[in-house]
Design a protein. Structure first.
Length: 402
């Protein structure tokens, strides 16, 4: 154990890159805990990217960078000071549930950087280490926590559990608790490793609840990274099939599918009826969502098994009192109750999605009814206040003086 100095009261938050526009839930959780009086230190595995938003620039400026020259320089000293911990990490790597030898070697390297990071952070009063994402951030966080002699926990989401999964059973066993963003996730973790439910608290990726519901525009809005699992191609095809009079489709986000999606819009002759706004700051996304007549995110499981958990942007649209249509996935059913708080479209069915779009764009009464019901449900189950309290309780149960 390398912690010395002030009492261990701070929480170290580890993310792959902190902050990231597409992972608002990470930095909002960090800021939420700070607002409730906790000392939270941000750690970014990779160096943060430049940000337009002043708040994000400040988070990036103060984030502790794991993969940094200073950590590499600290490696020899840290490993010499903790030879048993380093040897244990090598043993862990060859016992853990890895898919390949390459993954085991990465385990060793990540563990070494975790131990060296702990050495750099000694004396900072860290009493707990929490990671967002069950892959690299969780592995590094685990060894930071071991080296500091404090509890380790993590939150898993989507690609980190499916496409990029490595040693998940090992991490589940080592964690003091695993924050579950859905009841589905809790069942998924228990199918991998037998864990007491008390170590699997349900803590949603929470959202702020706007003070009022804005006047809607005749816009169908989506906010997403442009990747296959988001189903934006289905949305474009469905919009073309429904072609609601006077409505336009607005797409905020960027990603590897953008060129293909723009070509699809051109091929369908949608012209000025579809706008690609690119990746925008969070505040601009919220502004677009707040005046949407309809928010649509037709999520599906991609061919590489990538899929969503519960997309935060859906919660944000519902919190704003907007009617939503989402892809019918098991996790999303915990947020959108079909016909009550939104509508669910069968995954990969553009024709069914077009029918739902046509129905809601023609029925303002139904849009208002669904939007208000969605807002009430999100306030009760997915709000910041509710879930930050759940998270505080999880840290307290793990023995963190938070």
């Amino acid at each position: 154990m390398v912690n010395d100095g002030p009492p261990m009261t701070a929480i170290l938050y580890v993310a792959a890159r902190l902050p990231t526009l597409s992972e608002t839930f990470v930095y909002r959780e960090l800021l939420g805990l700070r607002a409730r009086g906790h000392e939270v230190i941000g750690a970014s595995v990779h160096r943060p990217l430049p940000a337009e938003d002043p708040l994000l620039r400040e988070i990036a400026r103060t984030a502790f960078v794991v993969y940094a020259p200073a950590t590499a320089l600290a490696l020899p000293v840290a490993l010499l000071r903790h030879p048993l911990l380093a040897a244990g990490a090598v043993a862990d790597a060859f016992r853990a549930d890895h898919p390949s030898l390459s993954s085991r070697l990465k385990h060793v390297a990540q563990a070494a950087f975790g131990i060296a990071t702990a050495w750099r952070l000694r004396g900072r009063g860290i009493g707990a280490v929490h990671a967002h994402m069950a892959n690299v951030p969780a592995m590094i966080a685990l060894y930071i926590a071991r080296a500091l002699g404090v509890p380790f926990s993590f939150t898993g989401h989507a690609a980190d559990l499916f496409v990029q999964r490595a040693a998940l059973s090992f991490k589940l066993r080592e964690a003091s608790f695993v924050s579950c963003i859905s009841h589905w996730h809790r069942g998924f973790y228990r199918s991998i490793t037998a864990l007491d439910e008390r170590r699997l608290p349900v803590v949603r990726c929470a959202v702020a609840i706007p003070a009022a519901v804005a006047v809607e525009r005749q816009e169908i809005v989506t906010v997403a990274r442009l990747v296959a699992k988001k189903g934006i191609d289905l949305l474009i095809e469905a919009f073309h099939a429904a072609r609601p009079a006077g409505w336009r489709l607005r797409i905020l986000g960027d990603g590897p599918e953008r060129a293909r999606l723009e070509a699809l819009v051109a091929a369908l002759g949608l012209g000025d009826d579809v706008a690609f706004d690119g990746a925008r700051p969070h505040a601009e996304c919220l502004a677009a969502i707040s005046t949407a007549g309809l928010f649509v995110l037709p999520c599906r499981t991609a061919s590489n098994d990538d899929r969503d958990g519960i997309p935060v942007v859906l919660m944000e649209a519902m919190a704003a009192g907007r009617a939503v249509i989402a892809g019918d996935l098991p996790t999303i059913r915990e947020l959108v109750s079909d016909g009550e708080t939104g509508l669910l479209a069968p995954p990969d069915d553009a024709a069914a999605l077009a029918t739902l779009i046509a129905r809601l764009t023609a029925d303002p009464v139904a849009r208002r009814r669904l939007g208000l019901a969605a807002r009430a449900f999100v306030t009760e189950e997915f709000s910041d206040a509710v879930n930050l309290a759940r998270l505080e309780a999880a840290f307290a149960a793990a023995g963190t003086p938070a």
